[in-house]
Design a protein around this ligand. Structure first.
Ligand code: SAH
Length: 466
């Protein structure tokens, strides 16, 4: 099975630095059940193509699988050595691991840049036809070309096979292209060569980070990737939902979709807007209350203005995921020192969160029981008293705009309430009067719809000087 990756980024031979494989060398790697070869079929400044050829040993495959005697011949005569499958994902991980994880010692800036890339897979087995190939790759911004292999070119009357030659093309980051292939090849194939367990779920979430939560067919991807193991599938979908809690899809921003190949999710827009508001306050120290899985923290770490970032959540699990997503254990010490991630509840006074300039409370209050909201107000505005508070919550009036959301339902099963703009306004007035704050700015996130407002409503509050 052969994969080629081509770039016309100039100088194209930089692909060698990105893949961490020298264009002049033919290299062979031992992988489980076979060998992977890497070589370049062209390497000029204008155009460079790297090839990954996987040679599986069918006998080694049989040996690993000797408990399965159900189809003795099929053990020896099967398509596994020739097609893109989960074996291929393993090879990508083993041979291009550095590039897959988005690292490059020699070209650290290029790793983050989108460059023209084209990947061709010689034989992709696809349960679901080439329609599925389009459905999976196109939402990620790729142009997709498929060409179905006949069963045997010498006997056209035998008809078509279930194998396609597939090319995907986009301006993309190489790490993203490799992550997409890593996850989607086994999904297309629909067979896994190993037992699907907890660690597969972690791999899926790690390699799906940043794109899977927004993929319109994420249910299908997750279900097939995890071999339809229901408890794992449910857990993965739950975790993806909290990673991107703007389900259902924000289909209101058609204009943006047209302008950019990949729609910017509401969740991401919210992080950008909240970061911008926090930066504008001039705060040096900042709290992220109900930080969840650390999406805002990631943005805040990127702003040198914030010398100290304290992030708190009541959910151990969310904190664990945040630590993993932020790669805390591998974070550069200078960055790591600026961040504290800890467990705590917004219902109780906590000295650890006192003394910061600003607090962000993003999509949290709707998760609190209404009868406990006052306890939260006392903790935040009464005890903690940051000079600035940036707070967001869903705008209930917008819900009817989402045609996938049944009328009267909230957006997330854990939302205890969702407020109209008037209800939000009344709550703001109440806390300002009770605790000596004033509204600095009301804002919305996402595309505004007449009479319904923005999908997310937000406020920047400022403590009155006493
Ligand atoms: N701010 C994050 C997460 C929003 S989801 C983001 O925008 O991505 C809401 C978060 O609030 C969850 O992580 C939940 O664990 C947390 N939360 C709910 N009740 C809480 C409480 N009493 N104290 C602290 N965090 C709480």
């Amino acid at each position: 099975m052969l994969l080629t990756i081509t770039t016309t980024h100039q100088p194209a031979t930089d692909l060698g630095y990105l893949l961490y494989k020298h264009p002049d060398r033919f290299q062979t790697f031992d992988i489980s059940y076979g060998k992977a070869h890497v070589f370049y079929t062209e390497a000029t400044a204008e155009r460079c193509t790297a090839a990954l050829l996987l040679e599986l040993d069918p006998v080694a495959l049989v040996r690993s699988n000797d408990k399965d005697n159900s189809a003795p011949l099929a053990q020896y005569v099967n398509d596994r050595p020739y097609v893109a499958s989960s074996f291929f994902s393993v090879a990508i991980n083993q041979v291009f691991g550095t590039a897959l994880s988005g690292n490059s010692r020699e070209r650290p800036d290029l790793v983050r840049r989108e460059i023209p890339l084209e990947a061709t897979l010689a034989v992709v087995p696809c349960r679901g036809g080439d329609e599925l190939i389009h459905k999976l790759f196109e939402p990620l911004g790729y142009e997709v070309f498929t060409d179905r292999h006949p069963l045997d070119p010498q006997f056209p009357q035998w008809g078509e096979s279930r194998y396609w030659r597939v090319t995907v093309r986009a301006r993309a980051r190489l790490t993203d292209l490799l992550s997409h292939l890593y996850v989607l090849l086994p999904v297309l194939d629909g067979q896994k060569h190993y037992w699907v367990g907890e660690d597969e779920l972690e791999k899926l979430l790690r390699h799906g980070d940043g794109w899977l939560e927004e993929h319109p067919h994420r249910e299908l991807v997750v279900s097939r990737y995890l071999g339809r193991r229901r408890s794992l599938v449910r857990e993965a979908l739950d975790r993806l939902r909290t990673l991107d809690d703007d389900l259902p899809e924000d289909d209101a921003d058609d204009d943006e979709v047209a302008a950019t190949p990949r729609p910017v999710s509401l969740g991401r827009q919210r992080m950008d807007v909240v970061t911008e508001k926090l930066v504008a306050t001039g705060a040096g120290t900042v709290l992220d209350l109900g930080c969840g899985e650390g999406k805002l923290v990631k943005e805040l770490l990127g702003c040198p203005q914030f010398s100290r970032i304290l992030a708190m959540d009541v959910s151990h699990r969310a904190l664990e995921i945040a630590a993993r997503r932020l790669k805390l254990d591998r974070m550069a010490p200078a960055k790591r020192e600026r961040l504290e991630l800890f467990h705590g509840s917004l219902f109780y006074r906590d000295e650890r969160i006192e003394g910061c300039d600003a607090a962000a409370v993003v999509e949290v209050i709707e998760h609190l029981d209404p009868e406990r909201l006052e306890a939260f107000e006392r903790v935040l505005f009464g005890w903690t008293r940051p000079r600035w508070v940036v707070l967001t919550t869903p705008n209930a009036e917008y819900n009817v705009v989402w045609d996938t959301l049944p009328a009267g339902e909230v957006r997330h099963p854990d939302h205890r309430f969702e407020w109209s703009r008037t209800e939000f306004g009344a709550w703001i007035t109440k806390v300002c009067e009770a605790f000596g704050y004033r509204t600095h700015e009301l804002f919305g996130v996402g595309v505004e719809v007449t009479d319904h407002g923005h999908p997310t409503q937000g406020v920047v509050l400022c403590r009155e000087e006493s």
